[in-house]
Design a protein around this ligand. Sequence first.
Ligand SMILES: CC[C@H](O)CC(=O)C(=O)O
Ligand code: MN
Length: 339
Amino acid sequence: MNKRDVYITEVALRDGSHAMAHQYTVDQVTRIARGLDEANVPYIEVAHGDGLGGSSLQYGRSATDELELIRAAASVCSRSKIAVLLLPGIGTVHELKAAEEAGAKMARIATHVTEADVSKQHVHMARDLGMETVGFLMMAHMAPVEELVTQARLMESYGADTVYVVDSAGTLLPHQVTERIKALRQSLRINIGFHGHNNLSLAMANSLAAMEAGATYLDGSIRSLGAGAGNTQTEVMVAVLDKMDINTGVDLSTMMDLAQDIVAPILPKPQEIEKGSLILGYAGVYSSFLLHSERAAQKYNLDIRDILVELGRQKVVGGQEDMIVDVAQNLAKKKEALI
Ligand SMILES: CC[C@H](O)CC(=O)C(=O)O
Ligand SMILES: [Mn+2]
C-alpha cells in the first residue's frame, strides 16, 4: 500500500449494518466493496454491526452470514484490505480465525474504554494470524484522559499496531478530542486513530481535530451510513482533506459516484440528525442503541427522548441492550400511574 498522510477505514459495511438493521445482502456488499476498492480506500470493515458473532436476538439477526459478506467483499478487492471488528464476549477467537480465512487482513478488537485488558488474547491471536491489529476503545467520553492513556498503553503492550479513540455516542466536542489524541500521541509509539459519530454534527470537526493532534487513522462511512446519525461522511472527508493537501490516496470522484448511485438508493431512510440521534449525542448514549430504542418507544408508546435521556443518566454501556426495554417498561409504568 502506498504511503498516505491519513489512512481511512470505511465502516459502512459494519457500522452501517446497525442502520440497515443487519439486513445487508451479498449483492449490496459486493457492489459497495467493489466501488471502494476502485476508489483505493485502504481499509473496508465488514461484519455484523456489533462485530463478529453479533447476529443474535439481543443485537439483531443478520440477513446474511457475515462470513459470506466478508468473502464477497474480499473477492472483489485487489487494493483495499478487509477489516473486521470483534468485541470480546460477543465474538470469539474462532470467529476471528474464520474471518481471516474468509479474507480479512485487519482485526479491530473493541472494548469499553475502561476494559482494554479483555482484548489481550484477541490481539495476540490476530497477530499470530498475521493480521494488522487495532485496539478500539469505545465510549471514550466515559473515561478521564489519564485513564484512556492507561488503557491504550495496555493495548499497545499486547501488540496492537494502532489504537483508536472511539466516540461511540457522538458526544465529544472538538477540544475533548484534541486533548485525548494529544495525550495518546505523547504516551504511545503506535499509530493513533479516531472514529466519530455525527449525532451533534461534529464528526468532521472532531476528525480534523484528531488529525491535527496526531491521529493518522480516521474512520468514515460513505453517505454517513453508520449507527445513529452515522459517522464522518467518508466522501466529504476525502474532499476536505484533499483541500487541505492531505494525501488519503482515495479518489474523490469515484467515492462521490458510489455514494450517490449505489449507497443512497439502499438506505432505509436518509442519514439525518433527527430527534433520536441528536439525543444520543446530547445524552452520551451508544449510537447502536438508536433502532432498539425507536422500537421500544413505539411498543410502549413513549417519547424516544425520555428513553435515551434515562439510558444516558444510567450510564448504560454496550452489551446492556436489554436495559433499553427495562427502562422503557419503567417509564411506561410511571406514565400509567400518572394517568
Ligand atoms: C456495538 C459496536 C459499536 O457499534 C462499535 C462502534 O462502532 C462504536 O462504538 O462506535
Ligand atoms: Mn461506531
